[in-house]
Design a protein around this ligand. Structure first.
Ligand code: DOR
Ligand code: ZN
Length: 372
């Protein structure tokens, strides 16, 4: 795959042309994206803007993006970094800290550029130190969000060190999410980057307004991918390491079934999380997969393998917009299927200073986004 810009055709229903092996969908939204700041932002932003019309931008900066004023300033920084001629509409997430107050919730609700409030359990992931240790202390804020309809975006993992890394999402559901739903039956909740069968079952069966974003890497790979060398054999693969961590095959299959089911509760969120190569390939590597340039091709591969390419358009371009109450995007994007000749990963890497952010999955899909 190469990292190309989408064509600008009129919006239309997904069209899968088997003879030509193309698939045209409405221009999609990325419901979960990390863009960072400064040089990193400038390096990675074009890849997202090339494929996605909008994205929900994560607030885990240092210091965190915890007020509407700061979110709007960060949004301006993103737009200033956008190359001339590209369009992109960032929708901001506020970081839920114990300092957030109900009046700020109302301010966020009145601001269409703010999509929701992100819950990071303290110490669960990258830059989560400012997160919430006791959700009970945020109850007045959560009640205000429930009243005004502002979504809570949830990093669904407990962070207690004694909990097995592969069980953190399941235990979060039991200990935090189920009681939260009981306390706030009307709260709009997105279980971000869901990774388990139990998470899928919760979202599918919850009587409240619940949805989940699903990454391309959790759809395509199970946890073995972190421990297998490219040609087979043993190896430790830091670029496949993210949080929540890749899970067993049974969980991957549950995610794939949900994503391809047509259920509007499930939508595309890449969780593209750029880190410098030296920070990933390190004795203590950072969590996060940079997939902004590769994700759509990877999703197309996953949907094709599930025999559900006709459902990619809904998952990528309709379901998140419906949940967030956004207008459908104008324009379209066409994916083309190539036989063989996968381009090298270097095509999609983003250069930052004397290092790169290495894209995960370049060359792992027969699909690519057609250039404008
Ligand atoms: O793998 C991850 N990386 N998971 C997160 O929750 C945060 C993200 C990041 O910001 O790098
Ligand atoms: Zn994330």
């Amino acid at each position: 795959m190469t990292c190309s810009r989408p064509s600008r055709r009129p919006p239309q229903a997904p069209v899968h042309n088997r003879a030509m092996q193309t698939l045209t969908i409405r221009r999609p939204d990325d419901a979960h994206l990390h863009l960072r700041e400064g040089a990193m932002l400038a390096a990675v932003l074009p890849a997202s803007a090339a494929h996605f019309a909008r994205a929900v931008v994560m607030p885990n900066l240092r210091p965190p993006v915890a007020t509407v004023e700061r979110a709007l300033a960060y949004r301006r920084e993103i737009l200033a970094a956008l190359p001339a001629g590209m369009s992109f509409d960032p929708r901001m997430a506020l970081y839920l800290t114990e300092a957030l107050v109900p009046s700020e919730v109302q301010r966020a609700r009145d601001c269409p550029q703010v999509a929701g409030v992100k819950l990071y359990p303290a110490r669960a992931t990258t830059n989560s130190e400012a997160g919430v240790s006791d959700l009970g202390r945020a109850d007045a804020v959560l009640a205000a969000m429930e009243r005004c309809g502002l979504p809570l975006l949830v990093h669904g993992e407990v962070a207690r060190p004694e909990v097995d890394a592969f069980d953190r999402e399941r235990i979060f559901l039991e200990e935090v999410l189920v009681p939260l739903r009981a306390r706030h039956p009307g709260l709009r909740i997105v279980l971000e980057h869901v990774t388990t069968r139990e998470g899928i079952e919760f979202v599918r069966g919850d009587p409240g307004p619940t949805a989940a974003s699903i990454t391309a890497h959790h759809l395509l790979w199970n946890r073995n991918a972190m421990f297998v060398a490219p040609g087979g054999g043993a190896g430790l693969r830091p670029h496949h390491y993210c949080l929540p961590v890749l899970k067993r095959e049974e969980h991957r299959r549950a995610l794939l079934a949900a994503a391809t089911s047509g259920n509007p509760r499930f939508f595309l969120g890449t969780d593209s999380a750029p880190h410098l190569r030296r920070d990933k390939e390190s004795a203590c590597g950072c969590a996060g997969c940079y997939t902004a340039p590769t994700a759509l091709a990877l999703y197309a591969r996953a949907f094709e393998e599930a025999g559900a390419l006709d459902r990619l358009g809904g998952f990528a371009a309709a379901h998140a917009a419906a949940f967030y109450g956004w207008d459908p995007n104008p324009g379209s994007l066409t994916l083309v299927r190539r036989a063989g000749n996968a381009p090298v990963a270097q095509d999609c890497d983003a250069r930052v200073g004397d290092d790169v952010v290495a894209a995960l999955g370049a060359g792992d899909s027969p699909w690519e986004v057609q250039s404008a």
